[in-house]
Design a protein around this ligand. Sequence first.
Ligand SMILES: NC(=O)c1ccc[n+]([C@@H]2O[C@H](COP(=O)([O-])OP(=O)(O)OC[C@H]3O[C@@H](n4cnc5c(N)ncnc54)[C@H](O)[C@@H]3O)[C@@H](O)[C@H]2O)c1
Length: 371
Amino acid sequence: MRKLLQTTICSFRRAVALSTFKMPGKKICIVGSGNWGSSIAKIIGHNVKASNRFDPIVNMWVYEEMIDGKKLTEIINTEHENVKYLPGHKLPRNVVAIPEITESVKGAKILVFVIPHQFINKLCDQIKPHITEGTIGISLIKGIDEGPEGLKLISDVIREKLEIEVSVLMGANIASEVADEKFCETTIGSTNEANGLIFKEMLQTPNFRITVVQESDIVELCGALKNIVAVGAGFCDGLGFGDNTKAAVIRLGLMEMVAFARLFCKGQVSSGTFLESCGVADLITTCYGGRNRKVAEAFAKTSKSIVELEAEMLNGQKLQGPQTSAEVYKILQKRDMVSKFPLFAAVYQICFEGKEVKEFITCLQNHPEHM
Ligand SMILES: NC(=O)c1ccc[n+]([C@@H]2O[C@H](COP(=O)([O-])OP(=O)(O)OC[C@H]3O[C@@H](n4cnc5c(N)ncnc54)[C@H](O)[C@@H]3O)[C@@H](O)[C@H]2O)c1
């Protein structure tokens, strides 16, 4: 009896000790600090203060640049504003800008990837030696890579290089509007439900509402492919076509997105995911607002190249649509499928092969959807 009592007391003491011991929160590192990276830093910086699941200091890796003779990281850490990529918005003071990638990811258990997709391979190689067990990632990057068997998603690149679980977040989210706290929705794709919920806690706000779905590959593919459609929408604007034409581009683009996903995604491809924010909603917003549409409109109106216009119009921001069209075109060529995707193919040929912009409409007129 006495022994039983002693054991009970010991268990009780242990329970009390455990309840008073606070587990340290998970350290977050945001890998990237452009227009979207800075908007997301604003949200994460605020959210971690309200939750004991996360470390209250958020690291943000910044690709160092000089702005009027001052380092961008120094400006962010003293003025709490990314004056180049998100001017006019204060970042929370607990978001710390760090110029060395290896320093920024040290001790981080959650990595948020938000850089233009052309830089991901090199950064992962730099990060790899600093990954510790149990680290998870989420990619906000819109784009695709090209692997030996065809399609390679950016989350696949991160997964393979870092050997961590990776979820994705994509949606109708023009960064400046999210930073302005204008209401919108977004989609997290996560095959691991528990991780999906951690990311939801880290990112949801009253004006940034999140749905978590399992079809992570489809969510990510939508985010990449819609940028190609947006370039087509910009061509139509530049050529002086109206809203009916834009609606047709959006619909035909969506049909090609679904067909592409059915051909190239390994898992299930349900139509429902295309109805989430990452699907039709993102497609609409990108075809009306967004940089891909804007630059494509200027391309149709001037004789300047995409590279020239990107440099002239975007102040260091990167275009995703033309490059994604090139990656998709290579994949289609390999599988002898170019003729089944005339909209995707025309965007590539106009951006890179000298096809005339007005030919874009000819491609739509002969689309297999109407045959
Ligand atoms: N901006 C948006 O509205 C938006 C919304 C949703 C998703 N996204 C996606 O988020 C990702 C990041 O976009 P963004 O808008 O934050 O970036 P951005 O285009 O605004 O900025 C470019 C970023 O690239 C960095 N950079 C430049 N040269 C580099 C190099 N050599 N190596 C590494 N980094 C370099 C710059 O410092 C800057 O942070 C993209 O995949 C984009 O499609 C953007």
